[in-house]
Design a binder for this molecule. Structure first.
Ligand SMILES: Cc1cc2nc3c(=O)[nH]c(=O)nc-3n(C[C@H](O)[C@H](O)[C@H](O)COP(=O)(O)OP(=O)(O)OC[C@H]3O[C@@H](n4cnc5c(N)ncnc54)[C@H](O)[C@@H]3O)c2cc1C
Length: 399
C-alpha cells in the first residue's frame, strides 16, 4: 500500500492550496482528483475580489479576463443604484485556467498530483486513514496520516466521517452568452422574489461581447434562469444563444465542526462560502492555507488525532468565523425582505450620494462586514425600516 503524510481529496482551488502549503511545510502529499483535468466542469461566475487574488499567491496570468471597478443593483420595482470606483475591486477570471494555475503551483511545491482518481471510501485502521481510490479492478488503497477533504459541495467522504452538511444549499445556474454589457468594468445585480427568491441574479462581463448571466435561489435555479433570460431587460441585450451552461449548489453556513480523527474539511465541503455574495474562492483559500499548515505539522509529529487537528478549526474560525456569521444574518435578512422593502431600501440609498460614495470607497467583496459596519449606523430612516424587517424575521424564526 502506498503511504503519504497528507492526502487531499479534490483539485479545486481549496485542495490545490492546502496541498501546496502542506508540501511547502515538508510533508509528503498526494492530491486525488476524480476528473481527468482540473477546473472542469466550470461551476463559477469567475469573480474574484482583490484579496482573493492576493491570497491565491498567483501572479496575474492568462486566466485574468478583465478588472471590475463597480456594480449596479436593480430592485424589483426598477430602482437602480450604481457604484463605480477608480480602484480595481475585483477580477473576472477564467476558472478553468485559474484552477490549473493553482494546481501547477502545488505540484511545483512537491505535491504529487493524480488525476482521474476518485476516492470512493475511507476507513480508519490503527490510527491511520485508508482511502479506496477508483472502482472495480482498478481500485487501489492509499494510506495517509491526515486526509483533507476539498471535495466541494457534495462532500460524500466528509459526511461519512460525521462532519455535517452546511446550513443551507442554494441552487445556482448560469449561462455564458453574447451580451451587451452596460459597462465592461461593472457587474449588474438584480434582486427580488420573482427573479431569484432567496438570493440574486447577475450579469458579469467576461470576454469581449460576452457575459456570464446567472442566478442563485432556494431551488430550481434552471427554471428561474430560463424566465430571467426571457424577461425584457435581459432578452433585448442578448445577442445570441447561450455558449455554455454551468450549474451547481452553493453551500452556506459551515457545519458545527469541520474536523474528525485524522480528517479535515475545507472550502465548499466545509460551507466556507460568503453568504452575502456566494463567493467561495476567497474563504476557501484562506482556510486551505491553515489546513495545509496544520495537516503537515500534525502528520510530521505523528499525531493526527481530532484534538490535534482542532488547531485548524480554531484558526479558521478566528480568521473568518465572524465574517461568515454576519454574512449569514445579512443573507437571511435579504432573503426575507419583501419586494417593496427592497424597493424602499434602494430608493433611499439612491437619494443619498454620501452613502454611495462610502460604499464605493469601503466596498470589499471579500470582507463585506467592513462596509456594513460603516454604512449601517448612517442609514437613518432606511435603518429604522431595516430594524423593523430584522425584528419581523427574528419573530418569524427566519434568522
Ligand atoms: C454558478 C456558480 C457561480 C459561482 N461564482 C463564484 C464567483 O464568481 N466567485 C467565487 O469566489 N465563487 C463562486 N462560486 C463558488 C465557487 O465556485 C466555489 O466556492 C469553489 O469552487 C469551491 O472550491 P473548492 O475547492 O472547495 O471545491 P470545488 O471547486 O468544487 O472542487 C472540488 C473538487 O473535488 C473533486 N472531487 C469531489 N469528490 C471527489 C472524490 N470523491 N474523489 C476525488 N475528487 C473529488 C471535484 O471533481 C472537484 O474538482 C460559484 C458557484 C456556483 C455554483
Amino acid at each position: 500500500m502506498e503511504r503519504y503524510d497528507v492526502a487531499v481529496i479534490g483539485a479545486g482551488p481549496a485542495g490545490s492550496m492546502a496541498a501546496k502549503k502542506a508540501a511547502e511545510a515538508g510533508a509528503d502529499v498526494v492530491i486525488l482528483e476524480e476528473h481527468p483535468r482540473a477546473g472542469w466542469p466550470v461551476q463559477c461566475a469567475g469573480l474574484l475580489g482583490v484579496r482573493a487574488m492576493e491570497v491565491s499567491e498567483l501572479s496575474h496570468g492568462s486566466f485574468v479576463i478583465r478588472p471590475v471597478r463597480g456594480a449596479s443593483v436593480v430592485s424589483p420595482g426598477g430602482f437602480q443604484i450604481t457604484f463605480k470606483s477608480d480602484e480595481v475591486k475585483a477580477w473576472v477570471v477564467d476558472r478553468r485556467l485559474f484552477d490549473r494555475a493553482l494546481l501547477a503551483e502545488s505540484a511545483k511545491s512537491g505535491a504529487e498530483v493524480r488525476m482521474g482518481y476518485p476516492v470512493t471510501d475511507l476507513v480508519r485502521e490503527g490510527g491511520r486513514s485508508i482511502l479506496t481510490v477508483g472502482r472495480g479492478a482498478d481500485r487501489v488503497k492509499i494510506e495517509a496520516e491526515v486526509v483533507i477533504s476539498a471535495e466541494g459541495v457534495g462532500a460524500r467522504i466528509a459526511r461519512s466521517t460525521g462532519i455535517g452538511p452546511p446550513r443551507e444549499i442554494l441552487s445556482s445556474a448560469q449561462v455564458e452568452v453574447p451580451f451587451e454589457a452596460e459597462d465592461p468594468e461593472k457587474v449588474e445585480v438584480w434582486l427580488g422574489k420573482k427573479v431569484a427568491p432567496g438570493f440574486f441574479a447577475w450579469a458579469i462581463p467576461a470576454q469581449e461581447g460576452v457575459a456570464r448571466v446567472g442566478l442563485c435561489c432556494r431551488e430550481n435555479a434552471c427554471e428561474h434562469l430560463k424566465s430571467f433570460l426571457q424577461s425584457s431587460p435581459i432578452r433585448k441585450r442578448m445577442k445570441g444563444g447561450p455558449l455554455h451552461l454551468a450549474m451547481g449548489g452553493l453551500p452556506l453556513g459551515p457545519p458545527a465542526f469541520t474536523v474528525a480523527e485524522g480528517f479535515m474539511a475545507i472550502g465548499d465541503a466545509a460551507g466556507q462560502v460568503k453568504p452575502t455574495s456566494g463567493g467561495g474562492i476567497y474563504p476557501g483559500l484562506v482556510c486551505a492555507k491553515i489546513s495545509g499548515e496544520v495537516a503537515s505539522a500534525a502528520a510530521l509529529e505523528g499525531d493526527a488525532s481530532a484534538a490535534r487537528l482542532q488547531e485548524y478549526e480554531r484558526r479558521w474560525r478566528s480568521a473568518l468565523g465572524r465574517e461568515l456569521r454576519l454574512g449569514m444574518v445579512v443573507h437571511r435578512m435579504r432573503a426575507g425582505m419583501t419586494d417593496s422593502e427592497i424597493d424602499d431600501l434602494l430608493s433611499y440609498l439612491g437619494d443619498r450620494e454620501h452613502l454611495i460614495r462610502m460604499i464605493e470607497t469601503e466596498g470589499d467583496i471579500d470582507r463585506p462586514s467592513r462596509v456594513i459596519r460603516k454604512v449601517s449606523p448612517r442609514i437613518g430612516l432606511a435603518g429604522i425600516r431595516m430594524a423593523r424587517t430584522f425584528l419581523r424575521l427574528l419573530l418569524d424564526g427566519d434568522l
